[in-house]
Write a protein that binds this ligand. Structure first.
Ligand SMILES: [Zn+2]
Length: 718
């Protein structure tokens, strides 16, 4: 036979194989062939359910009035959602916490030199947007969890108030002692506002002001609301200044739930509350201050904002007085938890949730997410009513107090922590969304599964969600970025070690965030007109929940975790400026490579198990899934991270100085960034222990999978 005919035979064989393959349903991670077929049937039913008109109706019903945490309206909206979930056949609980929550008192902020100007701390309604007339119950400009009192001092401009900005001021010899720091929102890496205030206080500042600059969030970016999606000069971003990287949730009950009988620490002892009076203002008002902040040289080019003036650092001559009152009370926080009981492993939970409380009406943030999630619930409920009850329990939730910083979710995680550590499979965070790019942050162990699932989900363009995802970032690999903080996944991933995902569309009107103008009317124009993205998202999340709840073997894939660790270790080499960590990092890399080999072996064993007869397989599944879940828990360390023991997960955390942006391998990385080599080595030892724990669990899982497959083989011979 000549080479040509060999090639022809090979081609024919390949074609035959391809035809055979096309006739077989595509495999699905974690499912046996039979299980995958059943799952696809359930998904076909679910996909017909999410509906734009219904989403719009629900969205309207819970954006009629301001509904900040602790308000009567926010409680009413909780009851509204609870009733909707009940009607869909979910078992619904409303869990209450009593949390130390401030509302603003009679705050006043004035320029006192070189002229007297009282600043406006309210947002006027806009005639084009009738919803913006609902100002009753709208909090004025407000920074939550800051100091109270009267202060007066010269202004100093601190740019974004990032640690690098403050360090530049330190090097320039600009002192903040007795001064009031004015910082603009934003900056990269993404930074939580509380850190701007904390670092100013550490340098002696007596007050802190944060404003939205038009260069980052206003007319420099495009037309402002209502003509466009960017922030108008009268709009401001309310926000919590809680020191989240220390711990989120009720500042008086770190690590414990705010329920009756639990001891509260004294407010003065709460490390997460900022110490100095602080306020947020609009750029229209900030301009009145900055125009008089003209002492010294012009600020560096990267510090210049978008107002029509040259920005100076100061201090002064502008002088500002602040009178900040905080009306602290134990206010009620209401979580709504809706459960659909699983059939085989009912104690195991797959959850998707987002918050309900809003700074004002919150049409985009968060209510868009709540409306879409209810369509997810309806899809699942429809499939279950037709006989597709999943193996595990599905929970959907509506958190309260997220805006004041993750109050409801944190207290939930702290109350049910022991159970969640044992039994929660995955937490998916689903709050605000807008028509725009698709993205998923989360644990690498779920990366392969997320990619597979998005290939079976659809995008409003008609493409598969995966193809749309690739098209939106042609030069970047599809990857799950590490979670930092900024929403309700924090307690799950960082405190409990529950793998978490943040899947969703992002887009819409960034300029109305946390303002009176985040209204239903604004959302119809700039959020998701026609709710097409909301429908696609509702369907995708339903698929994700159903697959995680129904898979025979949970679809975690730990070679990706090893690869993540190896990538981040590579990156850490750049911080090893003194060559102190070479041996330590090499040791960690060897450990991660060893874990990877074990994961490859476990994957093969699980494949074999899934292809083996049900008789032996089913016996080992509950225990096997327990081991598969345990691997992520192995990366928690009860000693916690340096400076912040509440944070127990060693693979990612919000940065101590960023609050939002993630630090990967945070214990080692942050110690290296500060050139604390002994601490870095100690943290590396913790990580090394975690990697070997994980490797051990993966090996146990592989052995059990082989046992199940072997038992199945014996059973079928008999
Ligand atoms: Zn939100």
């Amino acid at each position: 036979m000549n080479a040509k005919s060999l090639a022809a035979i090979a081609a024919a064989a390949a074609l035959a194989a391809a035809v055979a393959h096309a006739q077989q349903p595509a495999p699905m991670m974690g499912f046996s062939a039979q299980g995958a077929e059943r799952e696809r049937a359930a998904e076909r039913i679910m996909s017909t359910v999410p509906n734009a008109d219904r989403m719009k109706e629900i969205h309207r019903a819970i954006t009629l009035e301001p509904h900040v945490v602790g308000s009567k309206t926010n409680y009413d909206y909780a009851v509204y959602l609870a009733d909707k979930y009940k009607a869909l056949g979910f078992d619904v609980k409303m869990n209450k916490y009593d949390v130390y929550i401030p509302w603003p008192g009679n705050n006043r902020v004035s320029l006192t030199f070189p002229e007297k100007v009282d600043l406006s701390l309210t947002e006027p309604s806009i005639p084009e947007d009738p919803d913006s007339a609902h100002t009753k119950g709208a909090l004025p400009a407000f920074a939550a969890y800051v100091g109270s009192g009267d202060v007066e001092g010269e202004l100093v401009y601190v740019n974004y108030g990032r640690i690098e900005d403050y360090r530049l001021l330190d090097r320039m010899g600009v002192s903040l002692k007795g001064k009031i720091a004015i910082a603009r929102y934003g900056g990269q890496p993404s930074q939580m506002r509380g850190m701007k205030t904390r670092e100013a206080y550490k340098r002696g500042a007596i007050g802190s002001i944060v404003y939205s600059d038009p260069a980052d969030d206003g007319y420099v970016r495009g037309d402002v609301y209502p003509k466009g999606r960017y922030r108008p000069s009268t709009g401001f971003e309310r926000g919590s200044f809680l020191d989240v990287p220390i711990y989120p949730g009720d500042p008086l009950t770190p690590g414990t739930p705010s329920i009756p009988g639990v001891e509260r620490i004294a407010p003065e002892a709460a490390e997460s509350i900022q110490k100095i009076p602080t306020i947020v203002i609009s750029y229209g008002e900030a301009q009145k201050l900055l125009v008089h902040l003209q002492a010294g040289e012009a600020a560096p080019r990267g510090w210049q904002g978008g107002l029509p003036l040259t920005y100076h650092i100061g201090p002064g001559p502008a002088k500002v007085s602040m009178h900040i009152e905080n009306d602290y009370q134990q206010r009620p926080v209401w979580n709504v938890i809706a459960s659909l009981r699983g059939s085989v492993e009912p104690e195991r939970i797959v959850m998707a949730a987002g918050h309900r409380d809003a700074w004002v009406m919150g049409a985009a943030d968060p209510t868009s997410g709540a409306a879409s999630l209810l369509e997810t619930a309806r899809a699942i409920s429809t499939a279950v009513k037709q006989g597709f009850r999943p193996r595990r329990t599905i929970q959907l939730g509506s958190w309260d107090g997220e805006e004041f910083f993750l109050l409801g979710s944190t207290e939930h995680g702290e109350q049910f922590g022991d159970d969640l550590k044992k039994n929660m499979v995955v937490y998916m965070n689903r709050e605000s969304y807008g028509a725009g790019n698709w993205g998923v942050d989360g644990n690498s162990s779920l990366e392969k599964w997320v990619i597979e699932t998005t290939k079976d989900a659809s995008h409003p363009s008609g493409k598969s969600l995966y193809d749309a995802w690739v098209a939106q970032q042609p030069n970047e690999p599809i990857r799950l970025d590490a979670l930092g903080s900024g929403s309700d996944y924090t307690v799950f991933i960082d405190h409990l070690g529950v793998p978490s995902l943040g899947p969703g569309f992002s887009g819409g009107a960034s300029g109305v965030r946390h303002s009176l103008y985040d209204t239903f009317a604004a959302y119809q124009k700039y959020g998701d007109p026609g709710y097409k993205y909301g429908v696609s998202q509702a369907d995708t999340i339903a698929k994700m929940l159903m697959r995680l709840a129904s898979a025979d073997v949970l679809p975690f894939e730990y070679t990706a975790t090893a690869d993540y660790i190896l990538r981040e270790l590579d990156d850490l080499q750049g911080l090893d400026t003194a060559g102190q960590m070479r041996g330590t990092l090499a040791g960690l890399a060897a450990a991660a490579a060893g874990m990877r080999e074990s994961a490859v072996d476990a994957n093969a064993a699980i494949e074999t198990l899934l292809a083996s007869p049900a008789a032996g397989r089913d016996k080992v599944l509950p225990e096997l899934n327990g081991l598969v879940m345990q691997v992520e828990r192995d990366f928690t360390d009860q000693r916690g991270l340096p400076r912040r023991p509440w944070y127990k997960y060693l693979l990612t955390a919000p940065g101590y100085y960023t609050g939002y942006a993630a630090k990967t391998l945070p214990g080692v990385r942050e110690a290296m960034e500060e050139q604390q080599w002994d601490l870095a080595k100690e943290q590396a030892a913790h990580l090394s222990e975690a990697i070997s724990r994980a490797k051990g669990t993966i090996e146990k899982a592989a052995a059990l999978a082989r046992q199940g497959a072997g038992a199945a083989a014996t059973a079928s011979v008999r």
